[in-house]
Design a protein around this ligand. Structure first.
Ligand code: NAX
Ligand code: ADP
Ligand code: K
Length: 534
């Protein structure tokens, strides 16, 4: 698991070590330099003679870059530091100069007219782009807001370099330069991943002490490249702000059936999905639940669609009976669609019944509350509050509608700019666990947040969400009682489902397009690979 702590928590953990004069910056910068050496070698560039550019800001982040530059210069690299502030880290600067590094100070003549400064910036930008490696040490966890002043000018200049192919979001890659962000890509929100101005996208981010939330959260997460967390000896005793499950976490927790298991101990998934207008969602959701290892899948939607489901997947039953998790809503239209068709095959009523049973509001009938996945049209059926064992699975548009229906003035662009903030708001307003789908999927439950980046961009295809709902339904059914008993567990199970779903998409067709049903069919092999690696 990758755990991320806020800037304040990281600073608090640094304090006792700094008070004890532990050389944190030396540790951090030496490991940073070592990583750069490894990257250069992997790119078949020898360290001796390699051109290294350091983008240096006002704080200790620039100090890290300067000290790392000194290590590289001592090993024969041609290092140039570009100073963007009048007060660069003195110790780092002295070390770099001693090691034979070159310094270009953009603030050397503060009285120069802006046009001259801009011309100098342009020339420097060309030089930087011609480097083998660029270290972004403009700002770290001391950053406030989007980049401004010379740091912003330099990064904007690099982003606007001529020769960058249209639509390429990694301007320096086209020039052959490898960008390593020091601690964070400068300009990204350390705690929230917000991106409100220019950022130099990194090929690698070397972060110190612990990951920071912004490195895992969209939209900043897309600018991080490969993430390397360097242990500098910090002790973080508080709960992390954001977590990301890795394959080993899911492999360990997967409920592998034993000799004493039967279909009811493995879990029965009740599905209300699809209508005669959108029958595909029912097939995708039930297939995914079967493929993810449900003990049984009970289709409880309309009779017409049920016949099609059983025709395609004979494992599915349509009779009423015991259910250990509900999946309600895939392919069930929301409010306006129902009026237009005048008919939803009775799915909304059935969905309401399923949710009431899942919430334990049907008295003894349902045999106690069970977890539920509430997707698409099911989101319209929610009551004012829901238990945390309900996992809502909106995409950004559906989350916006959900929030607006509860009086929150928010637009889809706001949700996309700060997904964690708005997913958390929805969790607070509804009480449910909220899984906000996207390239990075964010899950928020009571006191916990996950950010999963497991699937390829190819997964953004119609029906992929229905497959996720089925996989998650099966996983919740397998741990039904535990999920109801421990409020934060639904979020962990949901994050695990996102991981399996995303990895199944990679497996379905590595590097190429995937169809939603292919993802469902790839789930068994993915689960086998995970549990066999545990
Ligand atoms: N405390 C320590 O000893 C350690 C700190 N480390 C490094 O130190 C960094 C934190 O250092 P600092 O606290 O000095 O903070 P920064 O290095 O993030 O620099 C903050 C300074 O940058 C400027 N600045 C802030 N926001 C800006 C913006 N939006 N645009 C342009 N300039 C801006 C301001 O002058 C501010 O004082 C970490 O990210 C890490 O890289 C590491 O060396 C590990 C040990
Ligand atoms: N850019 C992306 N990269 C990876 N996965 C994505 C991306 N965009 C969306 N996804 C995933 O694809 C799925 C789309 O689901 P959804 O929007 O509900 O579509 P549908 O309703 O058609 O099934 C979700 O699991 C989401 O996380
Ligand atoms: K940085």
């Amino acid at each position: 698991m990758i755990r991320a702590w806020s800037a304040a928590d990281v600073r608090a953990a640094e304090e006792p070590l700094l008070a004890a004069r532990v050389p944190l910056m030396e540790r951090a910068s030496f490991t940073l330099a070592t990583q750069v050496v490894r990257d250069l070698r992997a790119r078949r560039t020898s360290v001796r003679g390699a051109r290294v550019a350091l983008l240096v800001g006002a704080g200790n982040n620039g100090g890290d870059a300067l000290h790392a530059g000194a290590v590289l210069a001592r090993r024969g690299a041609a290092v140039t530091a570009v100073l963007t502030s009048g007060r660069s880290h003195a110790g780092g600067l002295a070390a770099l100069v001693r090691a034979g590094g070159r310094v270009v100070d953009l603030c050397a003549s503060p009285q120069q007219p802006a046009s001259v400064v801009q011309a100098v910036v342009q020339a420097v930008v060309q030089d930087v782009a011609a480097s083998d490696v660029v270290l972004d040490g403009l700002v770290g966890i001391g950053a406030r807001g989007p980049l401004r002043d010379l740091p912003a000018d330099v990064v904007s200049g690099l982003s606007a370099l001529s020769g960058t192919p249209e639509g390429d979001d990694r301007p320096l890659r086209a020039q052959g330069a490898w960008v390593v962000a020091v601690d964070i890509p400068s300009g990204t929100g350390v705690d929230d991943g917000f991106v409100g101005g220019p950022v130099l996208p990194a090929d690698r981010t070397v972060t110190f002490g612990a990951a920071k939330p912004g490195l895992l959260l969209p939209p900043a997460a897309g600018l991080v490249g490969e993430l390397t967390v360097v242990d500098i000896g910090l002790r973080l005793d508080v709960e992390p702000a954001v977590r990301r499950l890795e394959a080993a976490d899911v492999a360990r927790a997967w409920p592998v059936p034993g000799g004493a298991d039967h279909k009811y101990t493995r879990g029965v998934v009740g599905v209300v999905a699809g209508t005669t207008t959108y029958p595909g969602a029912a097939l995708l959701t039930t297939t995914a639940a079967v493929r993810a290892g449900a003990g049984m899948v009970r289709y409880r939607g309309s009779d017409d669609v049920g016949r099609a489901v059983v025709g395609a997947r004979p494992e599915v039953v349509t009779a009423p009976g015991r259910v250990q998790s509900w999946v309600v809503g895939p392919g069930v239209p929301g409010g306006p669609d129902v009026d237009e068709n005048g008919n939803d095959d009775g799915q909304r009523e059935r969905g309401r019944g399923g949710l009431a049973a899942a919430a334990g509001r049907l008295g003894g009938l349902a045999g106690g509350p069970v977890p539920a996945v509430v997707d698409a049209g099911g989101l319209d059926l929610l009551e004012e509050t829901s238990p945390p064992w309900f996992v809502l699975t909106p995409h950004a548009g559906e989350l916006t509608t959900l929030l607006r229906s509860r009086g929150v003035d928010v637009r889809r662009a706001d949700v996309e700019a700060e997904p964690l903030r708005w997913a958390r708001r929805a969790h607070e307003l509804t009480g449910a666990t909220v899984l906000l789908k996207g390239g990075v999927t964010v899950v928020v439950g009571p006191g916990v947040a996950y950010a999963q980046a497991d699937g390829p961009g190819w997964l953004a295809t119609a029906g992929a969400g229905d497959v996720l709902a089925g996989v998650l339904g099966a996983m919740l059914a397998a741990r039904s009682d535990d999920v109801v008993a421990s409020p934060a567990l639904a979020a962990e199970v949901a994050a695990a489902a996102v991981l399996v779903h995303g990895r199944a998409a990679h497996r379905a067709n590595p590097g190429g397009p995937v169809a939603a049903l292919d993802v469902a069919h790839a789930v068994p092999a993915e689960v086998a690979a995970l549990v066999n690696s545990a």
